[in-house]
Structures are given as C-alpha cells and as structure tokens.
Ligand binder design. Structure first.
Ligand code: HT7
Ligand code: ZN
Length: 879
C-alpha cells in the first residue's frame, strides 16, 4: 500500500453539485443507481479526465447524459473508475451491485442484525458507489430507497422525508432530500424494523425540531437518557457557542455492529448501541456519562464538522479536536469541571502520551498516512482538543468565542483547514499565533523541567523553566512550543499574591494569586517579588498544556498542595505524584527482597482525605485512586517497565492503605450507601464512585472487604454496584469468592448484550494465572462473535489493554493470543484488527519482553493478504 502526503493535496478537477442515489435493497444484493451532476472545476486546470473512487463494486451499467457510455471512455480499476473525455458539465449515471450481507468490514452499506446501515467516514462511501469520495467535494443529496416494508418498515436517510409511495412491485419507496451540501462521508442510510421514541426541541429562533431515537423494539425503554442529553446539548450549543440547529428533524439510530462510538451523519446520527442505550441494569454510571458526552459530541459536529468540514483527512483534528473541546466544556458545565478535567488528563497521560512516544506518533495534523482509519487517534482527538483549549487559554473566553463565531460565519458550507481555524482565532482576537502553530505540525509530548531559587533577603522567588521535545518518527529536531503554564504560589496560609519582577501590578485583576506564564523559549526564568516566605509552586493548574512537567517536589510539598492549593486539578495531581513516588519506592523494596514499607506520610494523607467532609465525594474518589498500572509503566520509560513489579507494588500499597485506614474506609463505605432508587444523578454517581474506591482498598486489605463486596453484589439494584463488587472479588479474591457471583451475573443478565459485554470485560482483566485460558474459553462462548467489535473490544481489547500482568506473561502466551486474533480479524474487519494491535506496538517499554513482542509483529508482517490498516501499524512498529 502507498503513502499519501499532505504536501500533494490538489483540489478536485470536477465538482459534484447534485447527487441522486437510488437504492433497491434486497436479501442477496443491493442495486445502487447514482446520478452525479458533474461540473469541471476550472480553478484546477481543464482536464477532461476524472478518476472516481470505488471499492468492492460491480459496475452494471454506465451512462453519460442519458446515453450508454462507450467502453473506450472508461476503465474500471482495482479501486477506481477512470473516465475520459468528459464534457465540462454532464450527468454521469452508474448502476453498481453490492452485497451488504457479506460486508464484515462495517464500512459502506452493511447489515447489523436484521437491519441495513451505513458507515461512510472516512472512505466508506466508495464501497457504495463510484464517487469523488473526499471531503472537499460537497454535494446536495437526494436519496430514494426501495425496500420490502414488512422487513424494513423504517427507511431513513439524511435531511427531510419528502415522499413515500407503494410501488407496483410491492416494495415501498421513500424519498429523502438534504438541502445542505455535504461530503460523501456524511451520507447515511438505515433500513430496519425499528421502534422509536419522539420528542421535540424549540430552537432559539422558535423553530420546532422533531427528535427521534430509533432502536430495536427490545431496547425502546433505554432511550430516555440519550434524548434528554440531546436536548441539553442543543440548548447548550445555542447558549455557549451561539449555534442553532438547522433542519426540522434530527434522527438517531442505534446499531449493534459498529466500529467506533457513533457517527455524525447529517441529521441521521448512527450510534453504537453501547453509546446510546441506558438502563440501570445494563449501563454503569460511567456509561451514562459517556452516553451524554457522545450524544453531545455528535450533535456538536452539526456545526464543527458538517456545516464547516475538512478539506482533506490531514485536517481531521479541525473537526475532531474542536468538537472534543466542545463536548468536554459541555460535560464540565453539566457536572463537575474538575472531575471532568481529571478524567480527561488521566486518559491523555496514560494513553495519548504513550502514543506520542511510540512508533505511530504523529502531529495533530499528520503529514502522511497509509490508511486514514489508523489516524482516528488520541492525538488527533484528545491532544487536538488540548490545542484548542490552549487557544482558549491564550485568548480568553470572549475573544475565543469571537474567533469561533468568525470561523463559522466565514466558512459555512466550506471544506477548510486547521490553518483557517487558527486564522479566524487570530483575526478575531488580534493575537499572534505564529509560533503556536508548532502544536499542529510537531509530534511528541514536550517536557518542561522546572527548577526554583529562593532569595530570602530579597523576598524573591525564581522559577526557571526549560522545554524540550523528544524526537519522533521523521522529526528529530523540534522548534520550541508556546506553552501556557497556569500557576500560583502556595504559602503557609494559602495562595500568595503574585508580582512578577519588571511588571506593573495589574489593578484590573481581582485574582492576583493566579497567573498564566507564557513559555515560548528553550529556557526562561520568571522572578516573583514581595514574597513573605518560600512558597511551594502550584504548576500547570487545570493542566493548562499537554506536557510532562518535572519539578523536584518533596513529599511534604506534595501533601501541602494536595490539601491546600486553590486549584482542584493540582490537588489531584499532587496526590497522583505522591502515589507514583510511594509505589515506585515499594517496587524497589520488593525487588530488593525487602518487605513493603509504605511511607506513613502517604498513609496519613489518605486518612486525612477520608476525613475531609468538605471535599466533593467524586473528587475524593479521584484523589484516592492510585495511578494505573499502564500509567506507571509509561512513566518507567523505554526498556524499564516491569509489569510484575508494578503490579506487586501497587497491590501492596492498596493493601497498606486498606489496613491503615480501615475504620475510615468502612465508615465512608457505610455512610455512602445510596438508599434511593437508582438514578444517574451527580450526587448518586459520586457516592457510588467513592464507595467503589473504599471497597477496593478494603478488599485489597483482606477478607472483610471481600465479604462487603459479596454483600454489595447480592443487594445491588444496578450494574454499577454489581460490577464494582464483581471486579473487587475477581481482582483480590480466590476462585471460591468470584465463581458463584460471576455465574449469577450471567444467569440474571445473559439476555442483555451490553451487560454481557461488561461481564466479558471483567473476566478479561483478572490477574490470576487462569486468565489466558479463560479468555480463550470465552472466545468460544455462544455470546462471543469475532464480527462484533463490541465483543472483541470487551474481551480481547480489555485483556491486551487492561490486564498488563497477563498480557505480558513471561511465556509470551498473551502476545500470541493477541497476534492470533489480529491475524483472523485482518480479513474480517481490518479497522478493528489494527486498533486491537496497539498494545503490541509498545514493545520498547517492557523490560525483557521486546524480542517476544517483536516476533509476534514479525509474524503478522509476513502474513499474506495483510490489510493496509494492519500493514501500516506493523511496519511502522518494526522500524
Ligand atoms: N466522526 C466519527 C469518526 C469515525 C467513525 C465513527 C464510526 C465508525 C467508523 C468511524 N470512522 C471514523 C465519529 C466521531 O468522532 O464523532
Ligand atoms: Zn467526532
């Protein structure tokens, strides 16, 4: 497979002003007739040759302006249709035959259970018909669908339903028209026997929008949370970004077989069932929050993605980074801003930083790819959102909103670039983002090293900050970034007033204990004056930039920040740093053959947190959660991650806290029991999350915790508490502790697909020696299906990603298992195969495992029929 480069971008030489599609859906095959109204794009030369994209298509008929096209005027290639001697303006019509029933890639038109559905982003439309399948070709679509209404009473596409009729052949025909020009990746079609719930939303200008969520009949009671989330999102986007919805109808459909979470097709969002259905017995608290966030994310795309779209796929972060930023702001406004930030930073630091340090590292705006599906990454999404967040920090909320308004007004109906976004931000604010653009073009996580110097006589305190960025594939030397470092200085009695040397005090600033330092050189020193005492610096407040920060804090300093800083994020981060330092120390003790001695300072700090009734329980739960094994491995650095050592040390620390704080943990656990009926409210969710953390410590410490978990499992009226108990039993108990509840869970909830998926995931993450045999056994379970991405992710994805102890077993059996599954999936669903592969690509990190991991990658590389998706990841990982 070849490499595609950003530098080679060329505008299309034809435009497609109107696209008419006609589908005849059948049980064996589907016939697609396209009528493309072509116009030569004279801006781009005057070639009469046109190359359309097409994959796995059978061309049945082809006409130009109503006449059968002479075979000398076209050529069907492996993935193209070449047309010669086209007039400047013409109507090209093709009939193609496709077989959705055999399409296991879940791209293009395919079957999920008994329904037809589509997934066209990024390049799935070319599996439906020959087309200019690229985002800068925007067209007005009219779609007719003929189908048997007994099997498929619901027939949906984008835009408005204009006609329904019964045909002489007994089929039903519907006609949908979408007045907004859109690229092919936003096209959607759904046909099935579906039920729906309906509601309405009145927009800020008084228009009524009909809102519908379509699901299988059995799931009709699980749609209310998504509907409420949708209405909240619509209101929020009006209030915060001034964005109003633009059609009279907005449909959402839930499908079981789906490669990602959801898809923002114009007015016809398609969702993975796991990201839209909610019920207390199938959806955890985290699941409810996820549904709200994803519904919002897809809805927000209507402006950031659909009305203004990407010129090419290198610009993917233009819509994804911006939309993730928007959905994070929405979630922060709906719940706790600090907790949301902590969750996002946890993901960024444990997974995006690793991606940015690995063989697939790429800038937020990549410069090349082999398979675009491999670039729907944490870097493009999450780091992309951090880049937008930094612009927000640099400009301030008002100028940022002015920039966003200008961007939407200027580019409505266009396909544009990240540069256009930055230009709008600059023009609306007057800011110069010249050097800031390095965030778009340079990969890798910058490292900030901070040192301090206290001058008692002068009452001055100097912070010297130097930045560097490690080399990444194809980028050895990096230019300095612009890094906003939000900060404060903590004194004995609280946060100190900040006065920078050489700067006049700012009379306008009410809050003079908080400041954002602009770090834009390799090294800079900031001197603060007028200080009564040596402060403890509170750095990177709110995680104001996606960087690694190094400052030599003493454990006492960390404890002070943890309990006394004004910034919730820094309080949490200090607790994490303390946790990392204590676990690392215990790891060294155990490695030396000594007993684990957990620093009493840490134990006391945990005890103090548990007594802090003023802290929001959700925040307390975050502060008491130890850094994950994956994060600890990432911190260990290349060649140094000892998974077994990390696991043993982390477990020893859990047990020590559990014993030391037993009374306080038991008390909190008892106090937090939710008596009321299950509801996914902030208050109940916070209580359950802190209770789960307490239970985890207690179970790590011994039998009484396991007894509590058993009782919790038996009494629970919701899956959140059931799974929390099951997890604790299966992590810390022996077979006799978890076997019966595990079986009971399946007996009770085996009929609910989404509950079964979580049951698979719990078993996939168990640390015991039987894990690999169990995963292999579960792959034979009647509920497992390699063609269903949710099942694969729950079982195999969780095993490889969340069970480091067993995935990295010394005998290599974990690696072998993953390689075998990837090899099988390669031909079934290449997108899922290559995503699943990610844990193997981190072979450089794991002490003593590099050879085994590499050799599994080599086996994959030598396979016949390797998909472009897997080829790209394997070949780049082996370099
Ligand atoms: N824009 C979408 C990204 C996407 C996708 C979704 C479902 C299946 C396959 C997909 N390929 C790309 C989802 C989003 O970010 O909102
Ligand atoms: Zn998105």
């Amino acid at each position: 497979p070849g490499t595609i480069y950003l530098k080679d971008y060329q505008a299309p030489n034809y435009l497609i002003n109107r696209t008419e599609l006609h589908f005849v859906l059948g049980e064996e095959e589907t016939l697609v007739t396209s009528r493309l109204h072509l116009l030569r794009n004279t801006e781009n030369g005057d070639s009469s040759e046109l190359i359309l994209d097409g994959q796995d298509l059978e061309l049945v008929e082809i006409y130009l302006d109503g006449d059968v096209l002479d075979p000398s005027c076209y050529e069907v290639g492996e993935a193209t249709l070449l047309l010669r001697d086209l007039p400047e303006q013409c109507l090209l019509s093709c009939v193609t035959r496709i077989r959705p029933q055999l399409n296991t890639s879940l791209e293009g038109l395919y079957r999920s259970q008994t329904m037809f559905c589509t997934q066209c982003e990024a390049e799935g439309f070319r599996k439906i018909t020959y087309y200019l399948d690229r985002p800068d070709v925007m067209s007005v679509f009219t779609v007719t669908i003929d189908a048997d209404a007994d099997r498929y009473p619901v027939l949906l596409s984008n835009g408005n339903l204009e006609e329904t009729s019964l045909l002489a052949n007994g089929l039903t025909r519907v006609l949908w028209h979408d007045p907004f020009p859109k690229p092919s990746y936003l096209f959607a079609l759904v046909a099935g026997d579906l039920e729906h719930i309906e509601d309405s939303f009145t927009t800020c200008s008084g228009r009524e929008v009909a809102l519908r969520i379509y699901v299988e009949e059995k799931d009709i009671d699980k749609c209310d949370h998504a509907m409420d989330s949708l209405k909240r999102s619509m209101r929020w986007d009006e209030e915060v970004f001034g964005r109003e919805y633009d059609l009279d109808i907005f449909n959402v459909v839930a499908v079981d077989d789906f490669n990602m979470g959801a898809m923002e097709n114009k007015s016809l969002n398609i969702f993975n069932t796991s990201c839209v259905l909610c019920d207390p017995n199938t959806t955890t608290d985290v699941g409810y929050q996820r549904v709200e966030a994803i519904v919002a994310h897809e809805y927000f795309h209507n402006w950031s993605g659909n009305r203004v779209t990407c010129r090419d796929w290198f610009q993917l972060s233009l819509k994804e980074g911006f939309t993730v930023f928007r959905d994070a702001e929405f979630s922060s406004d709906m719940g706790s801003r600090t907790v949301k930030r902590v969750e996002d930073v946890t993901l960024l630091r444990s997974a995006q930083f690793a991606e940015d340090a690995g063989p697939m590292a790429h800038p937020v705006r990549p410069e090349s790819y082999i398979e675009i599906n491999n670039f729907y990454t944490l870097t493009v999404y999450e780091k992309g959102a951090e880049v937008v967040r930094m612009i927000h920090t640099l400009l301030g909320p008002q100028a940022f909103r002015a920039g966003s308004d200008l961007y939407f007004a200027r580019h409505d109906g266009q396909a544009v670039t990240c540069e256009d976004f930055v230009l709008a931000m600059e023009e609306a604010s007057g800011a110069d983002l010249g050097q800031f653009r390095n965030w778009y073009s340079q990969a890798g996580t910058p490292r900030l090293t901070v040192t301090d110097a206290w001058n008692k006589e002068a009452g001055s305190y100097a912070l010297t900050i130097s930045q560097s960025c490690p080399a990444t594939p194809g980028q050895d030397d990096k230019k300095p970034f612009v890094i906003p470092v939000a900060m404060g200085l903590l004194g004995d009695a609280g946060n100190l007033r900040l006065q920078l040397q050489g700067e006049a005090p700012d009379p306008d600033t009410e809050d003079n204990t908080h400041m954002v330092l602009m770090v834009d050189k390799p090294e800079q020193t900031f001197v603060f004056e007028g200080l009564p005492e040596k402060p403890v610096p509170s750095l990177l407040r709110g995680f104001s930039a996606p960087v690694r920060l190094e400052f030599d804090y003493s454990r006492n300093d960390l404890c002070r920040l943890m309990s006394g800083d004004d910034d919730g994020f820094v309080r949490w981060d200090s607790a994490q740093s303390l946790g990392v330092s204590v676990i690392t120390e215990v790891q060294a003790q155990l490695l030396a053959g000594d007993e684990a001695q957990v620093d009493p300072l840490f134990l006391e700090a945990c005890g103090a947190l548990l007594q802090d009734d003023a802290l929001d329980p959700a925040m307390l739960a975050e502060m008491l959660s130890l850094p994950s094994e994956n994060y600890l491995a990432e911190l260990a650095g290349e060649g140094a991650a000892d998974v077994q050592g990390i696991y043993r040390a982390r477990t020893a620390v859990l047990a020590a806290v559990g014993s030391h704080c037993r009374e306080a943990l038991e008390q909190r656990y008892a106090q937090l029991a939710v008596e009321a009926k299950y509801a996914a409210t902030g208050e109940q969710i916070a209580a359950r999350s802190l209770r789960a953390v307490c239970l985890n410590y207690l179970a790590a410490a011994g039998a009484s915790g396991l007894a509590l978990a058993n009782a919790q499992f038996a009494a629970a009226d919701n899956i959140t508490e059931r799974l929390a108990a099951l997890r604790v039993l299966s992590q810390f108990g022996s077979r006799s502790d978890w076997e019966a509840p595990m079986a009971k869970f399946y007996d009770d909830w085996g009929h609910e697909t989404l509950a079964v998926n979580q049951w698979l995931a719990v078993q996939a993450s168990m640390p015991d020696d039987g894990a690999i045999a169990r995963v292999r056994h579960l792959m034979e379970h009647p509920d497992f299906d390699l063609r269903n991405p949710n099942k694969v992710r729950s079982l195999v994805g969780t095993f490889a990603g969340q069970n480091p102890l067993n995935f990295h077993r010394e005998d290599g059996s974990g690696y072998r298992l993953l390689r075998q599954v990837v090899a099988e999936l390669n031909s079934i669903n290449p997108q899922i195969a290559s995503r699943l592969l990610a844990p193997l690509t981190k072979w450089r990190y794991y002490q003593g495992r590099a050879e085994q991991m590499r050799s599994e990658l080599e086996l994959l590389a030598s396979m016949d029929g390797l998909s472009a998706d897997v080829f790209e990841v394997v070949s780049k990982s082996l370099k």
